[in-house]
Design a binder for this molecule. Structure first.
Ligand code: ADP
Ligand code: MG
Length: 362
């Protein structure tokens, strides 16, 4: 748990980066700090590991003022990931990660084992371990940065725009993999971003800042989307927040039609009306076979438009599955990504109305 108590940061030139900031980042949760450029996000983050000294108030780590703690001990408990990862250029990927573990007092052999393990956990192929940072893509370097920050097994992870330097596709992958990792690790994380979508995707709680380190809102994402509270937050969250809010709503009940799918290569009977879902030999959905198509279902004839969703996915994903399918039935998959059936768009919108109603304050 990280607690800000009336924290102030006035830079020597008189700039008040943070006026009077109080909030608590809960243990085991991911808290995102979001707001326009220059609003004091980085300053707030760097005051946690004392890279920057507050000029007023105090910050506590699990109830203990950080100022009372030995700086080395404090830093060991806190991993730090920045945008341009700052890897050691003359050390291999494995050494970059192992170095942090070594600094935390872990033996040479154990540090190497740990490095290998962590590189795998962040999704890097083992053969990359022997490369140098410049031989990696931006996204891969960012993964190494995360592995390195985790190598000393800190309780706390601070991340400053960790995924901002990579393209949107890679960023989305990194976000999802990192969330998966966090589900396993349960670290206390404070993450800075200027991107509200990233803040909403990643955060258990979101702190929305205005210039001067002014905390205008501190809430879970679904609440922020449902009730922004004021104009600044509403504008910042954006006009399509109603739609995005569905990303946090799940259907408690949904009728799935377990209609049979066609396996690619199999014969489709002549004279059959309607679209039929098509799967590969392993049951992974490939798309749809169009109305009136007959004979063997050829891979190149499949209409590949649908994005499957799981039955327990958010209504946003289910709605997307329904809307991206050719005739208003979304493909539903099980946890392994195998075909489980279809769901009618009307069923999804029905669930949407029910769940929205349930979420409204009485
Ligand atoms: P953010 O990360 O939200 O973009 P920062 O925390 O980096 O914002 O900066 C907050 C404010 O403090 C900005 O006005 C910035 O110009 C100012 N600032 C940051 N570092 C210094 C510094 N070393 N000296 C003076 N002003 C600074
Ligand atoms: Mg910043």
């Amino acid at each position: 748990m990280i607690t800000f108590e009336h924290v102030e940061k006035r830079y020597p030139d008189g700039t008040v980066a943070i006026g009077d900031l109080s909030f608590t980042a809960a243990t085991g949760q991911l808290t995102t700090l979001v707001g326009p450029s220059g609003c004091g996000k980085t300053t707030s983050l760097r005051m946690i590991n004392r890279l920057i000294q507050p000029t007023g108030g105090r910050i506590l780590l699990d109830g203990e003022p950080t100022l009372d703690m030995d700086l080395i001990t404090l830093r060991r408990r806190i991993g730090y990931v920045i945008q341009h990862v700052g890897l050691f250029p003359h050390r291999t990927v494995a050494d970059n990660v192992a170095t942090t573990a070594r600094l935390a007092g872990i033996g040479k052999r154990a540090a190497r084992t740990r490095a290998t393990e962590l590189l795998e956990r962040v999704g890097l192929a083992p053969e990359l371990a022997a490369r140098y940072p410049w031989q990696l893509s931006g996204g891969q370097q960012q993964r190494v940065g995360v592995a390195r920050a985790l190598a000393a097994d800190p309780d706390v992870l601070l991340m400053d725009e960790p995924f901002s330097a990579v393209d949107p596709v890679v960023r989305a992958q990194l976000q999802q993999q990192f969330l998966q990792l966090q589900r396993e690790l349960g670290k206390t994380i404070v993450m800075v971003t200027h991107d509200i979508d990233e803040a909403l995707t990643m955060g258990d709680r979101i702190a929305v800042f205005r210039t001067g380190g002014d905390l205008v809102r501190f809430a879970p994402p679904e609440e922020l989307l449902r009730e922004p509270g004021d104009r600044f937050v509403a504008d910042f969250v954006g006009g399509d927040r109603g739609y995005r809010g569905l990303g946090f709503v799940h259907a408690r009940s949904l009728t799935i039609d377990d209609e049979e799918a066609l396996v690619v290569g199999a014969e489709r009977a002549a004279g059959e009306a309607g679209w039929r879902p098509v799967v590969d030999a392993a049951g992974i959905p490939l798309g749809w076979s169009g109305p009136g198509e007959a004979g063997p279902v050829l891979a190149e004839q499949i209409t590949v438009t649908s994005t499957p969703a799981r039955r327990d996915d958010s209504l946003r994903r289910l709605l997307n599955a329904g809307l991206s399918a050719p005739d208003g039935r979304g493909i539903v998959v099980d946890g392994d990504g195998r075909y489980a059936g279809t769901v009618a768009l009307a069923e999804i919108t029905g669930a949407l109305v029910r769940e929205r109603g349930a979420a409204e304050p009485a």
